[in-house]
Design a protein around this ligand. Sequence first.
Ligand code: CUA
Length: 311
Amino acid sequence: MLGLDLVGFLAQLAPVAPESSNAEGIRQSYLFVSIFTFAIFVLVEGLLIAFIWKYRRQKRARFADGAQVHGATKLELAWTVGPVVVLFVIAVFVFVELPGIKNIPEATAGEEQLEVKVTGRQFYWQYEYPNGVIAIDQLRAPVGVPVKLIVSAPDSDVIHSWWIPALGGKIDAIPGRTNETWFEADNEGVYTGQCAELCGLEHARMLASVEVMSQSAFDAWLAESSGDDGAAALGREEWEGVCAKCHGLAGQGGIGPRIAGSPTLTDPVALAALVRNGRRSMPAVGSGWTDEQVYALVTYLKKNPPSGVES
Ligand code: CUA
């Protein structure tokens, strides 16, 4: 019983099952390094306990010195050369794995590589697809296609970190700088992650997910999203992902004030000014938003006015 629990516990220390080859490379490196750290831990702690036992005081007088040991050339060489060899082996392994983690695979003939702009903002992720479609928090991508992510943050924002563990390592979203990462999902499904850099009060709610779907379903979604349905979906994502994290899903208030019933919600001009410029302690959550983004939010809120009552 205890044995089973131990295995379950150790399994939780391992990275999540990789769904992209770069995540696989990270997992391999993690497990490889773990072998050495575990072996060294057992060796050092084992020797510590053995020496405590072997050189315990026994009948020696309480204040008498124990045995004095000076010089052991072989031992000193061993504990110098040993770690050097271990670090060298780890370095070689990691350098062999690194290109597979870092470099985006070449798109094979007839296959389109998708490129998405990912922007980290307080406290949401914004995605821009090549055809101009914008989405919040949930990224969609086709299965088996290399997806290149251009990750950044607006100049007025703070540092965030993009991280979907099953699809690869963390990459920072830094104001004024662009970083690149990628994934190529092996299977359809929804892979979750979250902002991995403390970025303010609602950092913990800055979740992200990637929905991986078939190429045809993705193409259909992308085409559909550039029309009216897309605007409706975007409005909903903006409300839930941008406004509600601070003001509550029903606009009932949270770390931000209650906004249910506020005339600003359905006034495109006032709303645009508010989200683009911020007001008092409210940051400019929508700085750089297009008119379409503002209208998507207004349209959604006209159809779905927040009730002000937490459900
Ligand atoms: Cu964004 Cu933490």
